[in-house]
Write a protein that binds this ligand. Structure first.
Ligand SMILES: C[S@@+](CC[C@H](N)C(=O)[O-])C[C@H]1O[C@@H](n2cnc3c(N)ncnc32)[C@H](O)[C@@H]1O
Length: 260
């Protein structure tokens, strides 16, 4: 992220590792909690720097732990507000996963029952000001979509196609965030981009994108996915704009491919 220019991103959408011991290709997902928060705070600082004034940050996160509940969504919110970002709202992403439920705690007794998180949050922040400046011609959300998405309870099942990754986003979640919070032609960043869901949906919807992931393997999957999207788009004869900001990059390597 350090190599991205100041004020170059209109919308950042991401889901960081949750620190729950998931088997990512190239990341220790089980740090001490304070180290975990300190590590991510550096990412929030950079996110604020690269956003344009009025740029949005959509942060997907869920509380972790059922027996030992860890409210990381509250801790992230406190961190990001301390940096001076404006906390706009929180969207509840209801994942409809209760059928698989196994952890009941004290079943049928109030002595120590468990609530199972069947939801996640998308926390929404803005930099400096609420308004993102653009021309209304570049607003491409329909009236029906606007009315549906502005209800903050989103019923979206989790992604079933794993695509070689333990925790990919469902495309519908990203579609809604991109349509609701950005204009056509804007640049969208995912700094924990995994298999490239944000980049692919941004591309399909005429936004530029920046994709970052530490894993070369996931970047390769993302690149393949983007190539397929490009082919699909050209088959239906949509006008693919060539002068996009495209960055597929593994942290630690030189800034390889920004095309403008
Ligand atoms: C929750 S997953 C994101 C999945 C993504 N939303 C998708 O649709 O595929 C978090 C990602 O963060 C990546 N990651 C972990 N540490 C990182 C780091 N230091 N820099 C960049 N990416 C990192 C992991 O490789 C993993 O793909």
């Amino acid at each position: 992220m350090k190599k991205l220019p100041d004020s170059s991103i209109h919308l950042a959408v991401t889901s960081p590792p949750y620190n729950v011991g998931k088997d990512y290709d190239f990341h220790n997902d089980q740090m001490g909690y304070d180290d975990y928060l300190a590590w991510l705070n550096k990412v929030w600082v950079e996110t604020k720097r690269v956003l344009v004034p009025g740029g949005r940050f959509c942060l997907n996160i869920a509380p972790t732990g059922i027996k030992e509940f860890l409210p990381i969504h509250h801790d992230f919110t406190t961190q990001i507000r301390k940096l001076g970002m404006l906390f706009r709202t929180e969207i509840v992403w209801y994942k409809q996963t209760m059928l698989k439920r196994t952890a009941w705690g004290s079943f049928k007794s109030p002595s120590n029952p468990h609530i199972v998180p069947s939801w996640e949050y998308v926390l929404i922040f803005s930099k400096d000001q609420n308004k993102l400046i653009d021309t209304e011609e570049n607003a491409d959300i329909t009236k029906e979509e606007f009315m549906k998405f502005s209800d903050g309870m989103w019923y979206i099942p989790p992604e079933r196609k794993r695509n070689g990754h333990p925790a990919p986003f469902p495309e519908d979640l990203i579609y809604r965030l991109i349509k609701f919070y950005s204009f056509k032609g804007n640049t969208v960043l995912d700094m924990f981009g995994g298999t490239g869901t944000v980049a692919a949906v941004a591309k399909k919807n005429n936004r530029n994108f920046v994709h970052i992931d530490i894993s070369k393997e996931y970047c390769k999957i993302a690149e393949k996915r983007l190539t397929t999207e490009k082919e699909k788009l050209s088959q239906v004869k949509l006008d693919i704009v060539q002068n996009k900001n495209i960055l597929i990059k593994r942290i630690g390597e030189p800034l390889a491919a920004i095309q403008r």
